[in-house]
Design a protein around this ligand. Structure first.
Ligand code: UD1
Length: 369
C-alpha cells in the first residue's frame, strides 16, 4: 500500500454492505487522493450471499479476507477485531471507513478508535429506538467512535446531537445505496427470466417478500403466522420469496416447507443484486423486514410493507412508499389489500438520493483529512 496517500481501509462483511461500499470504493479510487483497500471480514461467506454481489457490482476482489464466518455475536465481533488489528498495524496512514450497522462495522470501528486511527461511518445516525435489535447497538456505538459521520437523511443529525455528537462531525451526503441502485437498474435481471430459471411460470403480477430478522424467523409461531399471511396474499398476488440461509434453516427446522408451495409462495435461494433489483422494480408490492429494501422501494416508487414495529429509516415512511405493519396478520392483510386495490403510496424520492452520495463523501474527506 502506498505510503504517500491515505490508505482507506474499506470494510465489508455482510450482504447489505456491498452495494453501499461499491460506489464509495470506486469514487475513492477515481479521486487520486486516497488509496482504497477492500477488507472483507468474511461475516457472510456463501457464494450466493457474497461473490455474486462483487461480480455484479463490479467491485474488485477484496485485498484481504479475514474469513471469520458465523458465530455468536460476541465470537463474531471478537474474531473480526482480533484478525483486523494486524491489518491496521501494517498499514501506513490508515483511515477506517465502515458502512451500515452489521457486527463487522462495530468491530472494525472499535479496533481503529483504540489505535487513534480516524473512523468514518457511512449511514450514520439512523435509530429505530429498539435496543433489542443487534443493529441498533452497533449503530449507537459506531457513531460514538466515529470522526466523520455521513448521513442519509437530515433527521439523523438530531439523533446524533441528542447523543452528544458534535454537529461539525456530521455530513449530510445522501444515500450511497441509491447510487448503486441507479447505476445498476439498467442491468437488472427481468423477473420473467428469474422465475423461469426456477421453474415457475411467471405470473402476470406478483409481490416480493424477504424475511431474515431473528425477531421474525427464530420463533416458530411468529414465522408460521408470517408465512400464512404471505400465502393468503399469494392467493391473489403470488409472492416471490428469496430465502436468506437463516430463514431457510428455520423453515426446515420447524417443518414449514409446505408453505413454499410454488403457487402462492414462489421460493428462491438468496437473490443476487441484479436479480433482486429486477424483482423489486416490477413488483406490485414488497413485504420485508430488511432495512435496505425499505430504501430501495422508496427510490423505485414501489409500495413497501415493513414487517416490523419500528424503523430506523423514517424518511421512507414520511416521504417514501413505506408503511410499518408489524407482525399482526390482520394488519398485514388489510394493508396488502389496500395496496392491491388502490396501488398504494406513490411517495417521492428523498433529498440527495440522487446517485451522487459517494462523490459527496469523497469531497468531504478531501476537505477534512
Ligand atoms: C447480518 C446483519 C444484518 C443484515 C444481514 C443481511 C448483524 C448483526 N446482522 O445478519 O443486519 O441485515 O446480515 O443478510 O451483523 N449464514 C450462512 N451463510 C452466510 C452467512 C450467514 O449460511 O454466508 C447463516 C449462518 O447460519 C449464520 C446465519 O446465517 O449463523 C446468520 O448470519 P449472520 O452474519 O450472523 O447474521 P445475519 O442474520 O445474516
Amino acid at each position: 500500500m502506498p505510503k504517500s496517500l491515505k490508505n482507506v481501509l474499506c470494510i465489508v462483511g455482510a450482504r447489505p454492505n456491498y452495494m453501499k461500499m461499491a460506489p464509495i470504493h470506486a469514487a475513492l479510487a477515481a479521486s487520486g487522493r486516497f488509496h482504497p483497500a477492500l477488507i472483507h471480514t468474511g461475516q457472510h461467506y456463501d457464494t450466493e450471499m457474497n461473490d455474486a454481489f462483487f461480480r455484479e457490482l463490479c467491485m474488485p476482489a477484496p485485498d484481504v479476507n479475514l474469513e471469520v464466518g458465523s458465530g455468536s455475536h460476541a465470537v463474531q465481533t471478537a474474531e473480526v477485531m482480533r484478525r483486523f488489528e494486524p491489518i491496521v498495524d501494517q498499514t501506513a496512514n490508515p483511515v477506517v471507513l465502515v458502512v451500515g450497522d452489521v457486527n463487522s462495522t462495530l468491530a472494525c470501528a472499535l479496533v481503529a478508535v483504540k489505535k487513534g486511527v480516524p473512523v468514518l461511518h457511512v449511514e450514520a445516525g439512523l435509530r429505530s429506538g429498539d435496543r433489542t435489535m443487534p443493529e441498533e447497538i452497533n449503530r449507537i456505538l459506531t457513531d460514538q467512535m466515529s470522526d466523520m459521520l455521513f448521513t442519509t437523511e437530515r433527521a439523523a443529525l438530531d439523533n446524533l446531537t441528542g447523543e452528544g455528537i458534535a454537529a461539525t462531525r456530521v455530513h449530510f451526503v445522501g444515500n450511497v445505496m441509491i447510487d448503486s441502485l441507479r447505476a445498476n437498474l439498467p442491468w437488472a435481471v427481468p423477473p420473467t427470466q428469474t422465475l423461469a430459471a426456477h421453474g415457475f411460470a411467471p405470473p402476470p403480477a406478483f409481490a416480493v417478500a424477504t424475511l431474515h430478522r431473528p425477531a421474525n424467523v427464530d420463533e416458530p409461531d411468529i414465522l408460521r403466522r408470517l408465512l400464512e399471511s404471505l400465502c393468503i396474499i399469494g392467493q391473489t398476488l403470488p409472492v416471490v420469496l428469496p430465502l436468506h440461509p437463516r430463514t431457510k434453516g428455520r423453515i426446515q427446522a420447524a417443518g414449514f416447507d409446505h408453505f413454499l408451495d410454488g403457487r402462492t409462495i414462489l421460493p428462491l435461494g438468496p437473490a443476487s443484486y441484479l436479480t433482486m433489483l429486477g424483482l423489486m422494480a416490477q413488483a406490485r408490492l414488497v413485504l420485508t423486514d430488511s432495512g435496505g429494501i425499505q430504501e430501495e422501494t422508496t427510490a423505485l416508487g414501489v409500495p413497501c410493507l415493513t414487517l416490523r414495529d419500528n424503523t430506523e429509516r423514517p424518511i421512507t415512511i414520511s416521504e417514501g412508499t413505506n408503511t410499518l405493519v408489524g407482525r399482526d396478520s390482520d394488519a398485514i392483510l388489510a394493508a396488502a389489500r389496500t395496496i392491491m386495490e388502490t396501488g398504494g403510496k406513490r411517495g417521492r424520492v428523498p433529498e440527495f438520493w440522487d446517485g451522487h452520495a459517494a462523490g459527496r463523501i469523497v469531497t468531504a474527506m478531501i476537505q477534512a483529512l
